[in-house]
Structure formats: C-alpha cells, structure tokens
Design a protein around this ligand. Structure first.
Ligand code: TYM
Length: 366
C-alpha cells in the first residue's frame, strides 16, 4: 500500500479515537487496508560481522541506512549480526558470543529499535545455512574464486584459505533472500557480494519458478568511508584506519592528529590521501558548505589542519555522545538485550522457515 492510502487508514483510526463510529464498510476497509499494507511492505535485510565494536565506516555506510529504512513505514526491516561470517578467518571461540553482543549493543545504541526492526543473530536461524547449500547448486566455483574479497583474503592469509571463505557470498545471498529482501543497506565494499545474491535470484527464479526479488544496495551518503591512514577504506582489520563509535574525545583527537596531511595549500584540492579523508569527514559531519569553505581556503589562504582536526573531532564526538550514553544504558540491562534477541529470532525464524519450505518444494526436496 502506498503512503496516500496509508493516510486514509490513519484517518479511520483517528475517527475511532474521537468516538465517531465509521460505517461498517469504512471499518472493513481500514482493517483490510492494514493487512494489505503489511503484505506490500518492502523488506530490508542487513548484517555486520561479529568482529567487535563498530567504527564510523560501519555506522555511516550501513547503520545510517538501516536507521533510515527502519523509520520508513514502507519497509519491514531485519537486522542481524553475521556471526557465521566471522569464523572463516582466525578467531577466538571464547570471545565470539561477547563480540556478537558488542555489535547488538552498538545497533541498539545507534537507534535500531526492536519495536520497529527484527534484531537477531544469524547462527540462531539455521535455515540460512540450509538455504545457502541449496543456492550453492546454481553458482559456479569459478564465479566465487574471482571475487575481489576472496582474492584479497588469499593474498593476506594464504595459510587460511578455507571452504567457508569461498562460501561467504552464497551464505550472504541466503541471509538476504530468505527474507525476500528488496533493499540491503551496505557500504560499497559489499557490492560484489550483492551481485552474487542478484545472480542467485535470477537463476533460482528462472530454474525453479520462484519469486525472489533482485536485492539492491540502499546507498547512504557515507557509502565509502576512507581510511584515516589516507589509503584504502576505513576497516577494522587495519589498525589506525578507524574511529570507533565508543571512542572518547581525547581518542578521536589523537586519531585525527595522526592523519597525514600536506602544506595546506596548492592549486588542486587533493582527491586522495589523508587530506581527502579529512574533507570527506568534514562533508559528512559538518556539511557540504563547510567542506567547500575548506576547499576554497586550500586554493587561496591555506588550511590550518590543526584547527580543522580539532573542530572535526568535536563534531564527530558530539554525534557519538548520545549513542555512547544509550549504549551504557543497555549494557546495564543485558537481560533486556537477551529478550530482544529471543523475540527477534522467533520472528526471523518464522519468515525464514516459510521461504525455505518454498524453495525445498520448488527444488523437489521432500
Ligand atoms: P562487515 O562486517 O565487513 O561490514 C559491515 C557493514 O559496514 C560497511 N562498511 C563500510 N561502509 C562504508 N565505508 C567503509 N569504510 C566501511 N567499512 C565497512 C560494510 O559495507 C557493511 O555494510 N558480508 C558483510 C556482513 C553480512 C551482510 C549479510 C551484510 C553478512 N550477511 C547480508 C548485508 C546483508 C560484512 O562482512 O560486513
């Protein structure tokens, strides 16, 4: 149902509240309208690996998009912690559950709301894994070998090239398609994986007559946050490249102080390196106008990086303070967090089971 017809539903509700009985047909229309509304909502799925606390790249590239869609009545949102995607590289088994909780806490602190979104842990919905096996029958080994993320991991850790690494995008396709998600709020680094999910959709639909939607990236303004080191992207696996959502002002100042810069002026504003990173963070946290002022200064009188970094650290910190306060509130009530996860898993499982049953039937599996 579109927004204008939803407004009609709200009007009906309004009249009930004011004690004016709508006619039978109107009430009927209202209930029917709500039902259709839920059926026609677009679905959203996103996830973050359980590798500890979130950084600004995760927040700006994924969580901000997750929040925008959660607060849009046209969407039904499912948000998980991808713990199974965290065990294909060396990890500490004793720490995994804690790391998973850290991501959940960051979700809740950033404003992911269990009243609006289904929040759950990937491994608790075992249907994802079963569906991924069924999907693996339509994707060739060669296709997964050629993914940039796989090649990167092979280069970085040649001693740890396991099957799960190759399976990564297939499991991710199952994560998304088991909820028949149309929109996936993720940063640009996940685009090659999303492409696999789109291929799975096309193949499963044409081969087995299924009705999976082709999922699309929901892109935020911060879809590609550069590293503080001035090279590559902000990443948990590169020390010194990131600011965590839990960092205090002193830490943020220290991290920004280390961003490499130049003499502060020249005839062309840098589009790469530390200066470009700083300008892109200014754009995201202080606005485009402020960024343009710095760019003008670069071409004329020059930028004082010390002042720029101090101001930027303060503005970033200001945005993080309410998130940090909310986090400490949830940290004190882990029972509540556990209840949220139990409810989330129940709801997610119900949808996941329905899709899995459809696929099994279509593939002729009894
Ligand atoms: P992960 O845990 O590496 O990253 C989580 C999210 O943060 C985004 N991100 C960034 N965005 C912009 N700039 C950056 N520098 C930056 N760094 C990280 C990522 O794009 C991602 O959106 N495979 C996924 C987890 C996953 C998933 C899924 C995501 C598993 N199943 C299904 C969506 C749907 C991953 O490793 O994300």
């Amino acid at each position: 149902m579109n927004k204008s017809s939803m407004a009609q539903g709200d009007e009906g509700e309004e009249r009930w509240h004011h004690g004016i009985n709508p006619s039978f047909q109107e009430a009927d229309f209202f209930i029917f309208g709500k039902l259709i509304n839920n059926m026609q909502k677009k679905r959203v799925l996103s996830g973050i690996r359980a590798t500890g606390r979130l950084h600004l790249g995760n927040y700006l590239g994924a969580v901000k998009g997750m929040l925008a869609l959660q607060n849009d009545p046209d969407y039904e949102t499912y948000y998980m912690v991808a713990d199974l995607h965290s065990i294909n590289t060396p990890y500490e088994p004793k720490e995994l559950a804690k790391q998973t909780r850290e991501v959940i806490l960051d979700y809740l602190a950033a404003g992911i709301d269990p009243q609006k979104s289904t929040i759950f842990i990937q491994s608790q919905i075992s249907e994802h894994v079963e569906l991924s096996y069924l999907f693996s029958t339509v994707i060739s080994v060669a296709r997964t070998f050629h993914l940039p993320t796989y090649k990167e991991k092979v280069k970085l850790q040649p001693e740890n090239v396991n099957m799960a690494l190759l399976y990564y995008p297939i499991l991710m396709a199952a994560d998304i398609l088991i909820y028949k998600a149309n929109a996936v709020p993720v940063g640009d680094d996940q685009l090659p994986h999303l492409e696999i999910a789109r291929e799975v959709t096309r193949k499963m639909n044409s081969k087995y007559g299924l009705d999976f939607p082709e999922p699309e990236q929901f892109k935020t303004k911060g879809h590609k946050i550069p590293s503080l080191l001035g090279e590559g992207k902000m990443s948990k696996s590169v020390e010194g490249s990131y600011i965590n959502l839990t960092d205090d002002l002193k830490t943020i100042k220290e991290k920004l102080a280390k961003v490499p810069t130049d003499e502060g002026k020249g005839d062309k504003v840098p589009t790469r390196g530390g200066v470009a990173t700083l300008l892109s963070l200014v754009d995201l946290f202080e606005g485009e106008k402020r960024k343009e002022e710095y760019e003008k200064a670069y071409l004329n009188s020059g930028i004082h990086y010390k002042d720029l970094k101090e101001k930027l650290a303060e503005v970033i910190h200001e945005e993080l303070v309410p998130i940090q306060k909310k986090r400490s509130f949830f940290e004190k009530d882990m029972n509540k967090v556990d209840r949220i996860l139990v409810e989330g898993a129940e709801k997610a499982r119900k949808t996941a089971k329905t899709t899995l049953a459809e696929v099994r039937k279509a593939m002729g599996i009894a």
